[in-house]
Ligand binder design. Structure first.
Ligand SMILES: *[C@@H]1O[C@H](CO)[C@@H](O)[C@H](O)[C@H]1NC(C)=O
Ligand SMILES: *[C@@H]1O[C@H](CO)[C@@H](O)[C@H](O)[C@H]1NC(C)=O
Ligand SMILES: *[C@@H]1O[C@H](CO)[C@@H](O)[C@H](O)[C@H]1NC(C)=O
Ligand SMILES: *[C@@H]1O[C@H](CO)[C@@H](O)[C@H](O)[C@H]1NC(C)=O
Ligand SMILES: *[C@@H]1O[C@H](CO)[C@@H](O)[C@H](O)[C@H]1NC(C)=O
Ligand SMILES: *[C@@H]1O[C@H](CO)[C@@H](O)[C@H](O)[C@H]1NC(C)=O
Ligand SMILES: *[C@@H]1O[C@H](CO)[C@@H](O)[C@H](O)[C@H]1NC(C)=O
Ligand SMILES: *[C@@H]1O[C@H](CO)[C@@H](O)[C@H](O)[C@H]1NC(C)=O
Length: 398
């Protein structure tokens, strides 16, 4: 058991090492978020039956179409005789391999098998629990029951490559496996970047991200043999962002204020299913009413800080952000008299993430301002903003 745990840790380590996002991935919104891959050896013999499971322990990041891929390199000359709940992308060269039943050739003889999930509707005899969702993994918050994937393989060591004296030694051999895992959001599609725009009832300016800011980054993808990235087909706009999140400070009441939040998809081809939006703002611990979206606070540091909210669509209503479409919501927040203010850009979010990707924000000194904004308040806000900036570059270093 202890050995198996060590194996698992080794795999996670390699995974972190190999996925660019994980390498610099300290995330203050989801500090424990991770993807854990477990190889469970149901038996250890010349043919091992291994249950492989992939757990998405991320509160708001999910894996969308075209789904995950999991690859590794065998240490010896193992072949995959059979697999249920997934399949390899290639069979590899089985010509030098002697197998018992000529009518049933091995599933994969490749030294570097790459697994992909099966589609929904796979016949039951080809399924295991948690398989066959086309590689899609939900975020833990949106649906913990579909945040796990699994498949089972029968791996046979081709004789004469290594003698198996006892269980321990075999497990030690397993520890030498070199595992490559990646999830295909990086490989198969450029991460959708997004931009935030802001407006308010007290100023008719709509502020978008700065022109010189690189808003529509297409993430550089490693050339590791995956499918070519899907390039977004964007409606032509000034900002050229695939996704724009707009935060409008709509109304002021005596004890409450109202915000309208909308998300527009400028990609004329891709839909975002099960999209989610994460927003940080000090008043989000005081949402009293929310329309049209699901909501859950993301509380990471005890109950002390309740300033981050995760929003996602309602089933069969707006859980799909359609190509060239938008989804929107309004919320009513209770004012905390000790800190509430419309001045200095306080009413605008501090950070916004769409589908796990941090959105580009306008520069704070361009925020819509009160007609008679006191310079002192702006100054105070700018100080806060530069502290946030410092913190974020520190977490980058970490
Ligand atoms: C991964 O997430 C799980 C669930 O939140 C947590 O228990 C575990 O400690 C995390 N693992 C790592 C290596 O961060
Ligand atoms: C692997 O082999 C075992 C024993 O031969 C069998 O029970 C199991 O169904 C096989 N699994 C797969 C994925 O073929
Ligand atoms: C497949 O393997 C056999 C034996 O190992 C080798 O002779 C043959 O050249 C290989 N074929 C390819 C296409 O690599
Ligand atoms: C999954 O979510 C349900 C309902 O939201 C909850 O009761 C259950 O404890 C959760 N399971 C895990 C493993 O987090
Ligand atoms: C997006 O959704 C629309 C409407 O359901 C559908 O017609 C279209 O084919 C979808 N696009 C993709 C790329 O799946
Ligand atoms: C706002 O929320 C915080 C924490 O969630 C709470 O301590 C505070 O009393 C709330 N303020 C109001 C005005 O409801
Ligand atoms: C956080 O704020 C929400 C309201 O926005 C409230 O429902 C929830 O109880 C708060 N949680 C804590 C731990 O204060
Ligand atoms: C609206 O905000 C912009 C940006 O801060 C500012 O330049 C402009 O003067 C404001 N408009 C009014 C009417 O105050």
């Amino acid at each position: 058991m202890a050995m198996e745990r060590r194996l698992v840790l080794l795999l996670i380590f390699l995974c972190c090492y190999l996925c660019p996002r994980f390498a610099d991935a300290y995330d203050p919104v989801d500090p424990l978020g991770n993807i854990t891959i477990i190889w469970d050896f149901l038996n250890i013999d010349t043919t091992s039956t291994i249950m492989v499971s992939i757990h998405n322990y991320q509160l708001y990041r999910h894996i969308e179409q075209p789904g995950w891929r999991l690859g590794w390199t065998w240490a010896g000359h193992e072949i995959i005789g059979d697999v249920t709940g997934a399949e390899t992308t290639e069979q590899g060269n089985c010509s030098g391999v002697h197998f018992v039943d000529p009518a049933k050739p091995p599933h994969c003889c490749d030294r570097r098998p790459v697994m992909v999930d099966l589609q929904p509707g796979t016949p039951p005899d080809k399924q295991v629990a948690n398989c066959c969702r086309g590689g899609v993994l939900s975020s833990l918050t949106q649906s913990n029951s579909t945040a796990t994937a699994a498949f089972q393989i029968n791996a046979t060591q081709v004789p004469a490559t290594r003698s198996m004296v006892d269980k321990l030694r075999h497990v030690q051999a397993l520890l030498t496996w070199q595992i490559t895992c990646s999830y295909s959001q990086f490989r198969d599609g450029p991460s959708p970047s997004c931009c935030v725009s802001l407006s308010s009832f007290y100023n008719n300016t709509i502020v978008g991200e700065d022109d010189d800011e690189q808003s529509s980054k297409i993430q550089a993808l490693r050339d590791d043999g995956g499918d070519p990235p899907v390039v977004p087909v964007l409606r032509c706009t000034e900002h050229m962002c695939p996704i724009r999140v707009h935060w409008h400070v709509k109304q002021n009441y005596r004890e409450y204020w109202r915000v309208k939040a909308s998300i527009s998809n400028y990609d004329v081809v891709s839909n975002y299913s099960d999209w989610n939006l994460v927003v940080r703002h000090p008043n989000l611990g005081n949402i009293t009413q929310l329309f049209s979206f699901n909501y859950q606070p993301l509380i990471q540091y005890g109950a002390a800080i309740n300033d981050t909210a995760m929003f996602w669509g309602m089933l069969n209503y707006n859980e799909m952000l359609l190509q060239d479409g938008n989804v929107q919501s309004e919320m009513i927040l209770k004012k905390d008299p000790s800190e509430f203010t419309f001045s200095g850009g306080w009413a605008f979010p501090r950070r916004v993430y769409f589908d796990g990707h941090q959105c580009a924000m306008p520069s704070p000194d361009h925020y819509p301002s009160l007609p008679n904004a006191a310079a002192r308040d702006v100054h105070r806000w700018l100080l806060t903003a530069s502290c946030l900036l410092l913190l974020s570059s520190m977490s980058h270093v970490l």
